[in-house]
Unconditional design. Structure first.
Ligand code: ARG
Length: 456
């Protein structure tokens, strides 16, 4: 293998070094962004008289033709040329000769790769923002379709208080709204152009960074060349944001998995998002939800790999940085695929409203409201809490439910119980009373649904 930039070497590179050092097998996907950045750079070089206009035009035409070939699958990337940048530059020289050798004037692969990754990431963020919006819309549709359904809300996975299923679903809407915020804020930090930082110190050529930045849609240019070529905190932030989105998807998946067990029997996930067993003919397994939950760990792994990669690197560029790409690409691909598949799975979920509502009859969900009732009669809350504790104990010893008790039985625990306790105990009235902003009352939930719809 001929040595790249071999002027100062006498021996060839060890054969294993190619396997270790090549990145083109995975960074080839940066080619469209690499070429866009190179075209902008070449135009600027021509405009500023750093290279001739004729050479600049030849480079732009050559790069455009290479982009077409890559797009059509007619371009072969060569691992002996190390990475996407060298592959494209070398193809350019082969095609247009000496003009191609002038493209790299005033830049380095260090500012080039940082620019490419930022351009690529900006587009990924835009796609992720669309996917997040789509999953939010799926939650709103789902909540609207089941706005009457009540189920036990849990803490500690124990029945706590009844809530509207729509309220439960809108909780996920809020999580994905925050994810959208996070990616939107990250986009502004990503949209800064490193190009012009060259290897680490800047370049003596009279380049026009502002023009290139505008041409590439960057909001700003980087302020410090040493930071610009060596920083990857935006890559870590991307993986952190992706990890949080995966965490949200995973929590939802976990609920779907629990809810589709015979013990819950709350839902049935559609055939297109479940799979059978190779041995047990009766099985309908929630594999999609399980895989999303499983893939969450893998995105966390990507984040951890990147944090560890960066922690010991002195300024400025170190080759370790090449290792950022596989983790980043994996996190991006995984979060996009999982968002898309869960969004499609949501409308396939069939709700067993009856099972949800019968579950509200177990676990003394009315207890807090009985205490609140006593507070309404003038009893301090702490005292009411202990009175109701005794009522629950009585019920559990005697196999009774709180709403089954007679007024006389209630009175045996506290004299202030009246006949109106009966009305206070239906799950509908318990839900209806939670009518403060953010609460589960049908009025508040309908209002939240309208707001959610509007925000999309
Ligand atoms: N493939 C390299 C990377 O991803 C490009 C930059 C190489 N720069 C260098 N000085 N070796 O980091």
């Amino acid at each position: 293998m001929a040595k790249q930039w071999g002027g100062r070497f006498e021996a060839q590179t060890d054969a294993l070094v190619e396997a270790l050092g090549q990145s083109v097998s995975y960074d080839a996907r940066l080619a469209p962004w690499d070429i866009r950045a190179s075209i902008a750079h070449a135009r600027m070089l021509g405009q500023e008289g750093i290279i001739t206009r004729a050479d600049s035009r030849k480079i732009v035409a050559g790069l455009t033709a290479i982009a077409k070939d890559i797009d059509a699958g007619r371009f072969t990337f060569d691992p002996s040329l190390e990475d996407v940048h060298t592959n494209i530059e070398s193809a350019l020289v082969t095609r247009i000769g000496d003009a191609g050798k002038r493209l790299h004037t005033g830049r380095s692969r260090n500012d080039q790769v940082a620019t490419d990754v930022r351009l690529w990431m900006r587009d990924q963020i835009d796609t992720i923002l669309k996917l997040l919006k789509a999953i939010q819309a799926a939650f709103v549709d789902f909540a609207e379709a089941h706005v009457e359904v009540i189920l036990p809300g849990c803490t500690h996975l124990q029945h706590a208080q009844p809530v509207l299923l729509a309220h439960h679903m809108l909780a996920y809407f809020e999580m994905f709204a925050r994810d959208r915020d996070r990616f939107t804020q990250l986009r502004a930090r990503v949209n800064v152009m490193p190009l012009g930082s060259a290897a680490l110190a800047g370049t003596p050529y009279p380049i026009n960074r502002e023009w290139v930045a505008k041409e590439l849609g960057f909001e700003r240019i980087s302020a410090n060349s040493m930071d610009a070529v060596s920083d990857r905190d935006f890559v870590i932030e991307f993986c952190a944001a992706a990890s949080l989105t995966m965490m949200h998807l995973s929590r939802f998946s976990e609920e779907l998995i629990l809810w589709s067990t015979p013990e819950y029997h709350f839902i049935e996930i559609g055939d297109s998002y479940t799979t059978g067993s190779s041995i047990m003919p009766q099985k309908k397994n929630p594999d999609v939800a399980e895989l999303v939950r499983g893939k969450t760990g893998r995105v966390y792994g990507d984040l951890t790999a990147l944090l560890t990669l960066m922690k010991g690197l002195p300024l400025t560029y170190n080759r370790d940085l090449q290792e950022d790409k596989e983790a980043l690409f994996d996190a991006s691909d995984t979060v996009q695929l999982c968002l898309a598949v869960v969004t499609r799975m949501i409308p396939s979920i069939h709700i067993h409203a009856h099972a949800m509502e019968s579950a509200t009859r177990e676990g003394y969900l009315e207890a807090t409201d009985v205490a609140d009732y006593l507070v309404g009669k003038g009893m301090p809350f702490r005292e009411a809490h202990s009175v109701v504790g005794r009522i629950v104990l009585y019920c559990s010893r005697n196999g009774r439910r709180i709403p089954e008790l007679s007024v006389k039985e209630f009175r045996s625990f506290a004299a202030c119980f009246d006949a109106d306790i009966v009305d206070a105990l239906s799950v509908e009235s318990i839900v209806r009373r939670r009518d403060n902003p953010g609460g589960t009352s049908p009025r508040r939930v309908r209002e939240a649904l309208r707001k959610a719809r509007k925000s999309l």
